[in-house]
Design a protein around this ligand. Structure first.
Ligand SMILES: Cc1ncc(COP(=O)(O)O)c(C=O)c1O
Length: 385
């Protein structure tokens, strides 16, 4: 007979949302006191904050010195679309998708830009076989599928001497996973994910080859000011030293700086990656120990260490969506896990954010609650039968 007693220990922080993600441990609004509020972002104080955000991003992520890093409007979506609208169309395109955000970029390429792109999709839980991808085309893909819990394991399949550009949405990967910069020409992410920052701004990182494309190719379609990275066929270098296209939130910038400094304090990228890996391992071990739950990622090599997606596999469950919803609701009501329902377009299940701002002790404290909620919902099913 299953134990239906609620666990005694609770996660100290029940925030396991996949975006915006948990703030850094010990976060308080007082930490933003140095934000230059009410000042111009073009004044020396504003510009130096924006430049510091770019410099710390480069330092922590190990971005090569000859890559440009810009702070752009529209969060990650803004950064990805700015890249797609500015760069695509010069050569054939291959679009890769393994979940809902990647599918969004496919829609952009095919329906909005009307490109005759090769589209390769994998079902939720898998990624496209990268050995089949033609990297002499421009290739757009998502490093970590936030809604499916699968990730690209490494950059080995991407040739160093590719003729095309690789455009990588790394929103839920940057700061938690190693990114092979020499294999990536465009990398984007937003602040609201692995470092627990705020929405609003996106990061756009460009390789020298991406810059060369920008300076030698003019798309056939018009570009709104908010997307324009060049002027008279020259890169607008100011964007990449903190002269943003339009007005940024200096409060969000300060918040990002606070997160970046915390990131350094936990050992930089190495420390951040280790934190996410330790968190994900707690969930993976729980899945191995319990036959009724499994990782949505089929191949452990592609299993995400940030957005860990889970499915219930117990044969007694007849309505998977209702069951998973009830579990998420029960955990939320108990105050032990907020926002852990699977993404609306993903298969039914749970998604537990294990990114670097989450404490491993909190993930560990959540697992017995998961078992408890499962047994409680199974008992409900038995009652209804
Ligand atoms: C892989 C991926 N791409 C894009 C986005 C959109 O990011 P934003 O809302 O910051 O624009 C998300 C958000 O969850 C994401 O996970």
């Amino acid at each position: 007979m299953a134990d239906l007693t609620a666990p005694a220990a609770r996660p100290a922080n029940p925030r396991f949302s996949s975006g915006p993600c948990a703030k850094i441990p010990g976060y308080s609004l007082d930490m933003l006191a140095d934000a230059p509020l009410g000042r111009s972002h073009r004044a020396a104080v504003g510009k130096s904050k924006l430049a510091e955000a770019i410099d710390l991003t480069r330092e922590i992520l190990g971005v090569p010195a000859d890559y440009r890093i810009g702070i752009v409007p529209g969060s990650d979506t803004g950064a990805v679309e700015m890249a797609m609208w500015s760069l695509l169309g010069a050569r054939p395109v291959e679009m890769l998708a393994w979940e809902s955000f990647g599918e969004g970029w496919v829609t952009d390429a095919v329906k909005q830009l009307k490109l005759d792109a090769v589209v390769k999709k994998a079902d939720y839980g898998r990624i496209v076989d990268l050995a089949t991808v033609d990297f002499d085309k421009d290739v757009v893909f998502t490093w970590n599928g936030t809604t499916s819990g699968v990730r690209v394991p490494n950059g080995d399949a991407i040739p160093a001497d590719r003729a095309g550009l690789t455009i990588c949405d790394a929103t839920s990967a940057a700061f938690a996973m190693d990114l092979p910069w020499d294999k990536l020409d465009v990398v984007t992410f937003s602040w609201q994910k692995v470092l627990g920052g705020e929405g609003a701004h996106g990061m756009l990182i460009l390789s020298p080859r991406a810059v060369e494309r920008l300076e030698t190719y003019t798309p056939a379609w018009p570009l709104p000011k908010i997307f324009r990275l060049t002027s008279k066929s020259k890169l607008i270098e100011g964007i990449f030293v903190g002269e943003t296209i339009n007005t940024p939130s200096m409060l969000a910038v300060e918040d990002y700086l606070v997160s970046l400094k915390w990131a350094k304090s936990v050992g930089g990228l190495k420390g951040l990656v280790a934190r996410a890996e330790a968190n994900a391992k707690v969930v993976w071990d729980f899945c191995s120990a319990n036959p009724w739950i499994a990782n949505l990622a089929e191949d452990p090599a592609t299993a995400s260490t940030t957005s860990v997606c889970l499915k219930f596999t117990d044969p007694r469950i007849t309505d998977g969506a209702a069951f998973a919803k009830a579990i998420a609701k029960r955990l939320e009501k108990a105050g032990v896990a907020l926002d852990v329902g699977a993404y609306r377009d993903a298969p039914p299940g749970l998604r537990i954010w294990c990114g670097s701002t989450v404490e491993t002790a909190d993930v560990a404290a959540l697992m017995p609650w998961l078992a408890y909620a499962f047994e409680a919902e199974i008992a409900e099913l038995a009652k209804a039968a």
